[in-house]
Design a protein around this ligand. Structure first.
Ligand code: 9MR
Ligand code: 9MR
Ligand code: ZN
Length: 532
């Protein structure tokens, strides 16, 4: 079997495929003409459990459609070589957020056959004080469930807004959403929908509530049919620090488009900063009776680090540099870009800022950490026939996100150093997501000949429409699967990267979430800007 990036390769870029259990290959153009052939020296690969080998066909540059055949006669997916392989997938990956919108009707004009009525419009009630209610409509549904969680939201917005800061060019594209044409770029229109909701999660004193969900997960119904009361769980230092960081960042980004809005974001950031100062201790508690996602964390130092970096950019107050230095005295992962560990966002704040804004020693520290991590990723990739940066023991719930945030780090390393090997390796991670993987599956709906089709996503299951909404990223293989469709019994003996089922019942391998799409958006914008 030969696996490829099913949506294609850029004419000028590196073109790699991966063969599993094959001794030789032939590459054909769609019209049947043989273009290339060669023999392979497969090696055992622990991730896929296969004897696998990389095929480099970068020398083929002619635009057109191609496919591989291996020595057993097995044909690969047909894929294009073209100038803009991501031209469709990139806008679809961003439009995913529109489809996650809560609290407004998705009309046929923008949502086509996936249109549905407004959901979750009633008031939400405070769990710690049921006499208090709050209007809380808006924001994005987190995932295949209808919950809205502040730390998850901040991380998705972090990927998207730093992408805007780093490579605004590709984000000039129109997304065909209700705000299109209002003078603000559509990526920022879409992010504002989430930011507006986050602002509603903040109390007068600056503290931010952790989440707003029903008490348990509802069944597989359309969101507007959800009968459950939305409850607001207590304030956490995690949510408050994340909100401080993201509103400070957004204040700077929205300033040229809407000064009044930027001002309100700034006020939210400063008020969250006040709260953080008055509450130096870690605070997080998920009440027993609320069974939805916990987004638990044991340490808020990284969240406070990110907040301090962005607050410094907003106010230039030296005090924030002091806070950063103090936090960096303890061990913080300075490159993590996930919902629990956010130190990598502090790195992006520092490294994408103009030269000289942060003290030289701080910038050098973040740069060193990021480039070291990119080097480590290159070493891991060099040992994998898929050039994958994920090691077998890292194949856990949401593994595709780790692949994509690794690609983000490689992209930023390329930005900082200009070294092409980082850019190439970022591209190989994207190849993996679009089908050059042990499952021979594109993990993005609607993109690729063998794209996954059956995500754990309530509207997709409930709407009765055969094809899933295009542009959604799957969580991907999970070597510790724990749902009724994927579990140690059904997947007994499967290699880590094969612990995956394209089945909506499998939330631990095939759910979708906002923060699995957002790093794809970042990387596709970067590759597009780099001409890949
Ligand atoms: O649908 C839920 C999904 O969004 C969560 O990620 C997952 C784990 O928390 O739980 C899913 O809900 C399942 C619940 O946990 C157990 N009963 C079946 C629910 C739907 O499959
Ligand atoms: O993405 C989260 C993953 O890293 C965790 O292992 C998993 C179990 O705690 O939860 C995932 O987040 C889910 C959240 O709790 C509820 N909404 C759906 C999210 C994606 O599955
Ligand atoms: Zn909703």
């Amino acid at each position: 079997m030969i696996t490829v990036n099913q949506i294609g390769y850029q004419t000028k870029g590196k073109k790699h495929a991966t063969a599993m259990g094959a001794a030789s290959y032939q590459l054909f153009r769609e019209d049947g003409e043989k273009i290339l052939e060669g023999s392979l020296q497969p090696v055992p690969d622990a991730g896929s459990g296969a004897e696998a080998a990389c095929i480099d066909f970068s020398e083929v540059t002619g635009p057109g459609n191609y496919y591989f055949v291996d020595d057993k006669g097995e044909k690969s997916c047909t894929f294009p070589i073209c100038d803009t392989p991501y031209a469709q997938a990139f806008p679809d990956a961003v439009r995913m957020f529109y489809f996650q919108r809560c609290g407004m009707e998705l009309t046929e004009e923008y949502a086509g056959k996936y249109a549905h009525k407004a959901c979750h419009l009633g008031e939400a009630v405070y769990l710690d004080d049921p006499s208090r209610k709050r209007e809380l409509s808006g924001g994005w549904h987190d995932a295949g469930d209808f919950g809205r969680y502040v730390t998850a939201a901040a991380v998705a917005l972090g990927h998207l807004l730093y992408s805007w800061q780093l490579t605004p060019g590709p984000h000039a594209q129109e997304l065909h959403i209700p705000e299109t044409g209002n003078g603000t770029p559509d990526l920022l229109n879409e992010c504002r929908y989430e930011l507006d909701w986050m602002l509603k999660m903040q109390d007068e004193d600056g503290g931010v509530h952790h989440k707003a969900t029903s008490r348990g997960f509802v069944g597989f119904i359309m969101p507007e049919e959800d009968p459950e009361q939305v409850v607001i769980t207590p304030v956490s230092s995690l949510a408050t620090a994340d909100l401080a960081a993201i509103t400070a960042l957004a204040a700077r980004i929205y300033e040229p488009y809407d000064t009044a809005y930027a001002e309100s974001l700034k006020r939210a950031a400063l008020s969250a900063a006040e709260w953080l100062k008055a509450h130096p201790d870690f605070l997080f508690h998920n009440p027993e009776e609320v069974k939805t996602g916990t987004y638990e964390d044991l340490c808020d130092a990284d969240e406070r680090l990110w907040a301090a970096a962005e607050l410094y950019l907003l106010t230039k107050e030296e005090e924030m540099i002091g806070v950063m230095r103090q936090i960096l005295e303890i061990r913080v992962d300075m490159t993590a870009l996930g919902w629990a560990d956010v130190g990598g966002f502090a790195a992006l704040a520092v490294l994408l800022a103009d030269a000289g804004v942060f003290p030289e020693d701080l910038s050098a520290r973040f740069r060193g950490a990021l480039v070291d991590e990119a080097e480590r990723l290159l070493r891991v990739a060099s040992e994998s026939p898929f050039e994958l940066t994920l090691r077998p023991f890292e194949v856990r719930w949401g593994s595709n996100m780790v692949v994509l945030t690794n690609a983000m780090l490689l992209a930023v390393a390329h930005h900082l150093t200009g070294e092409t090997r980082y850019l190439d390796a970022a591209g190989y991670q994207v190849d993996y997501i679009f089908g050059r993987n042990a499952m021979d599956t594109s993990y993005v709906t609607g993109h690729g000949e063998r794209a996954f089709r059956d995500p754990h996503n309530r509207p997709t299951v409930a709407d009765g429409i055969e094809a899933p909404i295009p542009g959604f990223v799957s969580g991907g293989p999970n070597a510790r699967p724990c749902d009724e469709a994927a579990n140690p019994r059904t997947l007994a003996g499967a290699a880590p990267l094969k612990c995956y089922v394209d089945n909506w019942k499998s939330y631990s391998t095939n759910e979708i979430t906002i923060y699995w799409n957002s790093p794809l958006v970042f990387v596709l914008a970067y590759l597009t800007a780099a001409g890949r």
